[in-house]
Design a protein around this ligand. Structure first.
Ligand code: NAD
Length: 491
């Protein structure tokens, strides 16, 4: 049995209440670790430590030096990537292939932003004022509260932490109560890399107490959040009371749109990877498959054929394609949506039930499930399920595909499958989403901005754009000579 404590001011400390909660392996159903159950007083301590670190040197440290620490951290992550991936799998039950790819890719964010740290330049502004010199400088915001979801804890933290530190901020990370272990394990690398105490802190606990206290704390300058739209809304409302900056990375109901002129075999693989690869537990799941009517039947037939080959089982095995659902409430939600889809008149052509075979062990599995005959107005097409449930929706024309694609509250991502370059460009212009993939799906990089339109969020992570979201600009005016002008008139 492992035991994980908070990491505050460079020390692993028990929560002030002394309480812990269990963390469960979703595959075996067994408790494998105990984690600090923190409350507002632990958040207070972490904010004090982070503010103190910010004021006592971190913000003023030469950006090149901050960059060097980030490079060092990147090397340590690379060294321990397999170990970190194994902890993720034990905690969230996603496939080792997926989590290992994530942890091995993570160092790139720290290197990219480590390199960017000393390249955030202000400007000399040509003004219309005589004898006054005006320039801008970018400054860090202060203490950043980072709150992450259970599906990819370390990667989601990395998208915030690497850029926030490069910009000169300090951080408090509150991971999901379902998957706290990997973040606390990561704090060992923060320590080893030599970050000054208080620059990075982690406090674990539940959203309603530790999470809410972090969002409400007046000493926190920004909340960078990844999670559901409903939690995002509550956080946005609470953050407004103390005028915090926010980045909100929320849910999705992404359309994966296949035209009759597409390379259909690639599109079938793209549709499968869009919904079944991470057991559907990914914000960018292509959960609505829009098929041009002329290819609908043949496409669905091939889709079922390939989906049936998915091997359900132990997420730690490299041969597994579909792992367990991470949490009991999530499992129940998926089963409820299967019922809702049937009641609303959709036709289940694959799966539609729990998998209880010998590979299930103590985990809760849902078979890869495909519904055809889905109308975009149905709940299964409008609401995020976050499971291996695919809704197939037919369309006739490009205009209709755009209209159905956009007719949801979310706007995170979309896939378009076509060989017509003009159509690819038109679709990428008209789809109201933060990311459009053409003839591919689920590609992300540290170099490219990621985020949502509409209910999928506010702000962008990754790429050059992200760093200004962790800074504020100051305009400095310097008179070149004394000028005792009329004080009652604006200069
Ligand atoms: P969730 O909203 O239930 O929880 C996310 C985090 O917020 C957890 O750490 C939780 O403790 C905390 N939290 C919950 N309520 C809070 C409150 N009132 N105040 C402060 N903190 C609070 O989400 P989840 O179930 O963990 O994750 C799944 C969701 O995350 C899905 O909707 C998915 O689409 C979304 N997601 C989005 C992205 C993205 O980049 N857009 C990536 C991954 C997951």
């Amino acid at each position: 049995m492992h035991s994980y404590q908070n990491y505050i001011n460079g020390t692993f400390t028990a929560p002030s209440s002394g309480k812990t909660f269990d963390t469960v392996n979703p595959y075996t159903g067994e408790v494998w670790a105990r984690v600090a159950h923190s409350d507002a007083s632990d958040i207070d301590s972490a904010v004090d430590a982070a503010r103190n670190a910010f004021d006592s040197g971190w913000a003023e440290m030469k950006p090149t030096e901050r960059g060097r620490l980030l490079y060092k951290l990147a090397d340590l992550i690379e060294r321990d990537a397999t170990h970190l991936a194994e902890i993720e799998v034990r905690d969230n039950g996603k496939l080792i292939a997926e989590m290992s790819a994530q942890t091995h890719y993570m160092p790139q964010w720290y290197r990219y932003y480590g390199g960017l740290a000393d390249k955030v330049e202000g400007a000399v502004i040509p003004t219309d004022k005589d004898g006054i010199f005006n320039f801008t400088r970018y400054e860090p915001l202060g203490v950043i509260g980072m709150i992450t979801a259970w599906n990819s804890p370390l990667l989601l933290m990395t998208w915030k932490l690497a850029v926030a530190l490069a910009a000169g901020n300090t951080a408090i990370v509150k991971p999901s109560e379902f998957t706290s272990a990997s973040t606390l394990e990561f704090m060992n690398l923060i320590e080893e890399a030599g970050f000054p105490p208080g620059v990075v802190n982690s406090v674990t606990g539940f959203g309603k107490d530790a999470g809410a206290a972090l969002v409400a704390h007046p000493g926190v300058a920004k909340i960078a959040f990844t999670g559901s739209d409903l939690s995002g809304q509550k956080i946005y409302e609470s953050a407004a009371k103390t005028f915090k900056h926010v980045t909100l990375e929320l849910g999705g109901k992404s359309p994966n749109i296949v035209f009759e002129d597409a390379d259909l075999e690639s599109a079938v693989m793209g549709a499968i990877s869009g919904i079944f690869a991470a057991t559907g537990q990914t914000c960018i799941a292509g959960s609505r498959l829009l098929l041009q009517r002329s290819i609908h039947d043949q496409f669905v037939e091939r889709l079922i054929e390939v989906a049936k080959t998915a091997h359900i089982g132990d997420p730690m095995s490299p041969d597994t394609h579909v792992g367990p659902v991470t949490t009991p409430p999530q499992y129940q939600k998926i089963m409820d949506y299967i019922d809702i889809a049937r009641q609303d008149g959709a036709k289940c052509v694959l799966g539609g039930k729990a998998y209880t075979g010998p590979e299930a062990k103590g985990g809760q599995f849902v078979e890869p499930t495909i519904f055809t005959g889905v109308d975009n107005k149905m709940r299964i097409a409008q609401e995020e399920v976050f499971g291996p449930l695919l809704s197939v929706i037919p369309f006739d024309t490009e205009e209709e595909a755009i209209s159905i694609g956009n007719d949801v509250d979310f706007g995170l991502a979309a896939g378009v499958w076509t060989k017509d370059i003009g159509r690819a460009i038109r679709m990428s212009e008209k789809l109201r989403v933060g990311t459009v993939w053409v003839n591919t799906y689920r590609a992300v990089s540290f170099t490219s901005p990621f985020g949502g339109y509409k209910r999928s969020g506010i702000g962008r992570e990754s790429g050059l754009e992200a760093i200004k979201g962790y800074m504020q600009v100051k305009s400095v005016w310097i008179a070149q000579q004394s000028n005792p002008a009329n004080p009652f008139v604006m200069r």
